[in-house]
Design a protein around this ligand. Sequence first.
Ligand SMILES: [Zn+2]
Length: 310
Amino acid sequence: MRFPGFCGNEALKMRLSAAGDRLSHCYILEGPAGSGKKTLAGLLAAAMECEGAGDRPCGTCSACRKAMKHEHPDIITVDSDKATIPIRLIREMQADAYIKPNEGRRKVYLIPRAGDMQGPAQNALLKLLEEPPSYCAFLLLTDTSEKLLETVRSRAVTLTMSPLSRQQLSAALREREPGTPPEELDRAMDRSDGYLGAALTLLHTPDTELEQKAQALADGFASGDELAFLSVLMPLEKLSRTDFLQLLTILQRSFVRALDPGRETVSSLSRCSRQQLFDGARAIDGAISLLQANGSSGHAVGHLMAAMRP
Ligand SMILES: [Zn+2]
């Protein structure tokens, strides 16, 4: 089952309440960092414990409030500071699972790095998933469910986080980060793959060196000043092929964004005509193909000098 990304909790609540008491006893939440797995897990856990009569989680009952403050005694996080989740933790969870909930309707075990369980730990978990006490539920978070054994996956409902549309992401960011210049929001969105958490993190992360170089190249191109453009372009021949490819991918996104007639913000490239942008984007495509075909960085610089010179 695909689980479309969400901007706020409202859309999610609607889906959860539609599931009602039919919530499964085991969910795998898969998606990259910043895709909202933890938010969704928190809401699922609250929905499982909620004592409200209507939609769950109601957000106001005592169980919901405790769940949201991470203070509910029957929502238990199983994690470790080790690179992998030791089997000992899974065995402890197994023993704990046979003790009835303290106060909640269910006992919810949340494993934030389920993909970091090795085979033996996963097999120990599997034993529990095969015959869990009726009140137990498990939330397994991972970047990809492929890190889990097929036998574990077959016992769970997999919820795949999927990216937001540009419009949804833009609205959610503007709501959470009012006053941020639109250009900054735009660039965070470009780098976030459509995930809200990732975009929020990126907003507060300085640009990488490659991003700065891509920006300088775009500025040089837009200035129409050949010397300025070449002075940024020439030193790029020293980049490794991988770095150059990454830089060109970033640059290409800026061009695609500038060509989008629906875009709302202004970048240096907005000074260029559509024809100039098309030509520039084609030149970047050509350089990317060269590098992908094992051409050198010097070769790609030569191509850009000839094809992209303002
Ligand atoms: Zn509630």
